[in-house]
Design a protein. Structure first.
Length: 304
């Protein structure tokens, strides 16, 4: 039974001094046993503060890498070895090195959904909740924003004073939603507010009542006086909100909003990782940690 596995996980993690971090796209039964649940930015800050020697990440590969970069002395295990984010693999470090040589006047901003190798050649990271603030705080006017052109276009729209260059990357899950789906959802639920993640295409964002990261969407819905919401991000967010706010109604904007990578992790994966019988331990050489940490620490500093 689910509750038996959960009890065993809770017992073992206490006994072995293991911290379990879960991204908010994880299923309810996973978030229930996690020490901390949050968006990418919150997870990276938590990882830095946490004192346990071992951390299990229920999320995708770049999130576990971020924990390792920020806490290199820790043993960091990705609960499901195959859980990756396709967006993270879209750009090679060699491209950024070439771009920098040709365009030394640009600051290169990497979305946190990138590999550790890419972070070693970028100047600063951002997450969806910190992207506007961090790009505003970068002294340079010229910014190359990668890889997500939708998030980047949203940042550029909010910061007209900056010259932001974009590439053709992005999240295949969020980018698949189209504006007619917003119209259809609104027609079905005319009193609902539309809350969307900035990884969606600009024509979807234009129709939203609120745009924000996963945590910002959840906070907005919890605090709002409205009773119905159309949720334009991964389907788990609508599910978590339905548990958290039983007096409100939540509708997924599209059936396409299901990230198969985020859904790979199961409770037995977490249990096996705790027992040392599963998961993927993140290994990284010192040079990568040192260079990539500059990029992530710059994000934490500029985001304060
Ligand atoms: P957040 O930064 O909002 O947590 O989003 C992570 C992610 O993978 C979005 O698709
Ligand atoms: Fe990557 Fe998109 Fe899945 Fe987020 S929802 S982990 S960006 S594929």
């Amino acid at each position: 039974m689910i509750s038996d596995i959960q009890s065993e996980i809770l017992r073992l993690k206490k006994e072995k001094k293991v911290t379990i971090l879960a991204h908010s796209y994880q299923a309810e039964e996973i978030t229930e046993i996690a020490d901390f649940v949050g968006d990418s930015f919150q997870l990276s800050v938590m990882a830095q503060k946490d004192e346990n020697p071992v951390c299990i990440m229920c999320g995708v590969h770049f999130m576990a890498e971020t924990v390792k970069i920020l806490s290199p002395h820790k043993k960091v295990i990705l609960a499901h070895p195959q859980a990756g984010c396709p967006m993270a693999e879209q750009i090679e470090p060699e491209f950024v090195e070439y771009f920098k040589k040709q365009n030394p006047e640009y600051t290169v901003v990497a979305y946190i959904n990138t590999t550790a190798a890419l972070k070693t050649v970028c100047d600063v990271c951002v997450t969806s909740s910190s992207a506007i603030k961090i790009c505003r705080n970068i002294p340079n006017k010229n910014i190359l924003f990668l890889p997500d052109c939708n998030l980047g276009a949203w940042v550029a729209k909010n910061l007209p004073e900056k010259n932001i260059k974009l590439l053709q990357g992005g999240c295949p899950i969020h980018a698949a939603v189209n504006p007619s789906e917003v119209d259809e959802a609104k027609a079905l639920h005319p009193n609902a507010l539309v809350l969307v993640h900035p990884e969606c295409v600009p024509s979807v964002l234009e129709k939203a009542d609120f745009i924000g990261s996963t945590s910002e969407i959840m906070d907005f819905a919890k605090k709002s006086n409205a009773k119905e919401f159309i949720i334009g991000t991964e389907i788990s967010i609508a599910e978590h909100l339905a548990y958290a706010c039983p007096d409100k109604r939540f509708y997924a904007l599209s059936k396409k909003l299901l990230c198969p990578n985020m859904k790979l992790t199961s409770l037995p994966d977490v249990l096996n990782a705790l027992k040392g019988e599963g998961g993927l331990e993140i290994e990284m050489d010192e040079q990568t940690i040192q260079k990539a940490s500059k990029c992530i620490n710059a994000m934490i500093e500029l985001g304060k």
